[in-house]
Write a protein that binds this ligand. Sequence first.
Ligand code: GLN
Length: 483
Amino acid sequence: MHNKTITEQAKDLRSGKYSSVELTQAYLQRIKKHKALNCFITVTEEHALEDAKIADTQLSAGNAKLLTGIPIAQKDIFCTQDIKTSCASKMLDNFIAPYNATVIENFNNAGAVMLGKLNMDEFAMGSSNETSFYGAVQNPWDTNTVPGGSSGGSAAAVAARLAPAVTGTDTGGSIRQPASLCGITGLKPTYGRVSRYGMIAFASSLDQGGPMARSAEDAALLLQTMAGFDSKDSTSVEQAVPDYSAGLNNSLEGLKIGLPKEFFSADLNNDIATTIEAAINEYRKLGAEVKEVSLPNMKLAIPAYYVIASAECSANLSRFDGVRFGYRCDNPADLNDLYIRSRGEAFGAEVKRRILMGTYALSAGYYDAYYIKAQKVRRLISEDFNKALSEVDVLMGPVSPSTAFAQGEKTGDPIEMYLADIYTIAINLAGLPAMSIPAGFVDNKPVGLQVIGNYFTEARLLNIAHQYQQVTNWHQQTPQGFE
Ligand code: GLN
């Protein structure tokens, strides 16, 4: 059962081949068996079995909805009513959300069964899942390496078949980079496509939730569930949600692919470059035309991002003050002591570094020099993409400059860690949709191909990924020991 996609599982559940309770139990057992990967912060076993029972009643009554009875796990950044929502921080270790995020409500309404809450980098800050208060996550392809981050628990869980499909969030690459490092399919939607209501904020102008799954076909079902206007999120866009599964089999004849020359510079590992070129050749065979384009301001993306994201996070995280919810220090002497010690004791080193950088960039005298300057650079980057995407339909390139790196390799050097997102961050600054698609292996470690589209072209991206997955089987490979 656990080797099937959710598209297949939905069929099996409808034909009565197995029940949702059986399917859910199979995953719960695998989660226990592979506990060492540390993918889950919370497993909601009882809750899941109850939901599965209800799903089975609906299935036998012929009332199945899109995901009725399908087990899904959620990144622990989405608020879940009456269930711990930690954002992988000591700050929220005791936090039980009083309401559901819109994304969670959407999954409930579609009939999905929630297996639990997935490990991640603390407050989604990181590229390796090593900043989690609950410890690092192992990459099932090589347990000495990282799964990527911040949605590392999400990506590792799908790769190890501990959940058939999951959610992630992507502020600067956190869906695509772990998807690439774990050999799964991930999609970061256009900013505003998926509601951020109840999704704990890191950098509000960049954060976006999206699906992570085995195949593009499955990602389409998840996005169908997640996407849509939400009056509770002021940046949610009021635009109709297309049928993401309907166009999967459209032909790619005449598709115009642009290869940004800055993506294929000397910094890119040779073997990864060869893998990406092979993937692009498959697209040529499928009828695509390929040409070079340029994103001249790419090199400014990382510095601009770390000013903007840090500035926004310093504002967002000011709500964690030890007063209203979350961690509170013991015996505060006065209000100042309460603030200082609660925050000092509960935030990890990376979160503190970002808050300090952000507060600095926003302070009087530095605001124009850093924050305003970064916003101007953001505009230039966005214009580069607009220009490139006026010449071609999509852009393609690598997701990550390397395959999964060793645990601990980059933890001592934050800048080295930040560079892991060199190919993904600019896309968030521009607010565009992009995917990571399994495209091969280098030294037995997965490599993802990145496909970037124009605003609200998720259906076309899924179609492009699905066609590739019809002629390749990279997305079907299973790490040894997790079959
Ligand atoms: N690695 C990037 C960061 O640490 C992106 C994280 C994300 O997308 N949530 O900011």
